[in-house]
Design a protein around this ligand. Structure first.
Ligand code: FEO
Length: 395
């Protein structure tokens, strides 16, 4: 790896991970990722903002050594998750006088996760500042910009925000700065869905706080640096708003074709009524793509066959995930087929206790869908149209 300069005396010293394909053993990474760490040289003190994933700790050390960094005074840790803090033990060995600067909750987690000595820490509070001489760091505690201990660091004079996970996205881009906003929009939205969406209420407030700072640059810990902060701030304002799209997402599984026929019929019925439809066959779906679709859809219709007496296990998994991600979806329904009885609709709707949805009556049929089943699906499409007309839709 090579270090790169964001501004005079401010350097990217992180690592690109082109090969990584899964994060937290859950989130697919089609574009790899990066672990961005930043070195800031003030007239009196030098600070490192975050470290890198432990698998890349030699990249970080090598960047620092090649730059002739013989002293680090402060290591600011914005977030205790290992992809940002995992190299801290090695960096503390290399720089024995360095002090770890973070909030109390993050310190306690770092001690628990990395077994670091308490005396290496300096605890900061919300909005506290730390002088580097001619430069000042200011810290803002922002719980749930992934974990409860997360914080943002602001380089006051240069107006550069280091928000760690917030405003980033997973991509191993060799461009230091974001070049193609149109292409990045989708990646950033997917990342928002996977990491930030469960905390939409809090994130919405943080976006306003960051806008008030009027940063000249946003340097997150994953993906390229934003030289035009308005791009990512406006995108976050849109995603965290209460407005939804005139759209229906249909995650489905079909074992013998009956549920598929129902999905196809409902899809056509909705399209004919002017509603966008996104069906996802869960045997082939990249779970990140489904999460992305859930960011602003008005309705989710879960389509399942019956396995024994309940929904297909893959449907249970996706329903659990959708519930945990807490999208702003407004309506939900269930469709599907059974052979000898079942409680699929009950099981699925009870699982959706974290999303504030209005349930539209399900269409659950025995065996292969007949004319009556198709008419029931047409009525479901009509119900969805009516419900969408009652709410504030994205124009
Ligand atoms: Fe990039 Fe929450 O770790």
């Amino acid at each position: 790896m090579v270090s790169r300069e964001l501004g005079h005396g401010i350097f990217w010293v992180g690592a690109l991970d082109f090969d990584r394909r899964i994060f937290d053993e859950l989130i697919p990474l089609p574009e790899g990722t990066s672990y961005n760490a930043y070195l800031i040289r003030g007239s009196e003190k030098t600070a490192l903002i975050d470290t890198v994933d432990p698998t890349k700790e030699f990249d970080l050390v090598s960047n620092l050594v090649k730059m002739g960094t013989d002293r680090i005074d402060y290591i600011v840790i914005n977030h205790a998750e290992q992809d940002h803090s995992g190299s801290l033990p090695m960096i503390l060995e290399f720089y024995p006088d360095a002090v770890v600067v973070t909030n109390e909750k993050c310190r306690d987690l770092l001690i628990a996760l990395l077994q670091l000595p308490r005396e290496r820490f300096r605890v900061i509070h919300d909005q506290e500042t730390l002088s580097l001489g001619d430069r000042t760091l200011q810290f803002f505690l922002t719980p749930w910009t992934h974990w409860p201990e997360t914080q943002l660091t602001y380089l006051v004079e240069d107006k550069i925000l280091f928000p760690c996970d917030l405003f980033g996205f997973h991509a191993a881009s060799s461009d230091l700065f974001l070049q193609d906003e149109a292409a990045a929009y989708r990646s950033a939205k997917r990342y928002y869905a996977e990491i930030m969406m469960p905390f939409r209420g809090s994130i919405k407030g943080y976006v306003e706080k960051v806008k008030a700072l009027q940063p000249s640059m946003i340097a997150p810990s994953h993906g390229p640096v934003h030289q035009r902060p308005a791009f990512i701030l406006d995108a976050y304002a849109e995603w965290t708003s209460d407005v939804v799209k005139n759209e229906v997402v249909i995650p489905y599984i079909s074992m013998h074709g009956s549920t598929l026929k129902m999905v196809e019929h409902l899809t056509d019925a909705l399209i004919a009524r002017g509603i966008m439809v996104k069906p996802f066959n869960l045997t082939r779906t990249d779970i990140g793509e489904l999460a992305l679709a859930l960011v602003d859809t008005a309705t989710i219709v879960i389509a399942t066959p019956t396995v024994l007496f309940g929904p297909h296990p893959q449907i249970v998994y996706v329903t659990y995930l959708a519930n945990a991600l807490r999208p702003k979806v407004r309506f939900a329904s269930v469709i599907g087929s059974y052979g000898w009885g079942g409680k699929s609709a009950d099981v699925i709707t009870k699982m959706l206790d974290h999303v504030k949805v209005e349930l539209i009556p399900p269409v659950i049929i025995k065996g292969v869908p007949d004319e009556a089943a198709m008419q029931a699906l047409d009525r479901l499409a009509e119900d969805i149209v009516k419900k969408h007309k009652e709410i504030n839709l994205m124009s």
